[in-house]
Design a protein around this ligand. Sequence first.
Ligand SMILES: N[C@@H](CCC(=O)N[C@@H](CS)C(=O)NCC(=O)O)C(=O)O
Length: 210
Amino acid sequence: MTLYSYWRSTTAFRVRIALNLKGLPYETAPVNLVAGEQRAPGHVALNPVAGVPVLVLGDGTTLTQSLAIIDYLEAVAPDPALLPADPLARARVLAAAHVIAMDIHPVNNLKVGARLKSEHGLTQEDWVAWMRHWMEKGLAAYRALLPAGPVFSFGDQPDLADICLVAQLYNAHRWGVDLGPFPRLREIERAALALPAFDAARPENQPDAE
Ligand SMILES: N[C@@H](CCC(=O)N[C@@H](CS)C(=O)NCC(=O)O)C(=O)O
């Protein structure tokens, strides 16, 4: 399999973690988002939303959207499970994952920032304040969904919510979010990054890291 990825992309980070947790080997095809390579016609032919991640399977089948890719991986390589079998527990993990994937990430995407700057006069400083705002709100909501007790967000093994959380916290560190109010989230992050599957997926461990 080939993963079209950018080292700093949090959505590609999610897929890297899932592939590693499931022990599925893959090659990385770097797409430089800052240089605009995601908008090249060849890449848009792979992913019509002009972004990463894209996972190309051995037979050439193309998959897009990080959560859909992880859902596919879960179906074809169910061990270790990234979602609980119990319907209620599964809904809780998905809800937390969606706080990050549906509520935080879309409004903080590179193309949103580019549009706000070009069409609405935002400065880089305004944009950083915008991103911090949505991360702080979203991380507070994520924290409120967590039960007390387990090592990771919902259990003693990492799941889809942890995958989304760890990737998002990378961005929170990058953009200077005050994580002082979120000691539990940092504890989960430390436990996850101590695992080789998470560590190997870190942005700084990617072949295109600058
Ligand atoms: N919902 C999509 C979002 C994918 C996405 O937007 N990825 C970002 C990187 S984290 C991207 O490629 N952005 C390109 C751009 O903003 O131009 C997913 O989960 O895969």
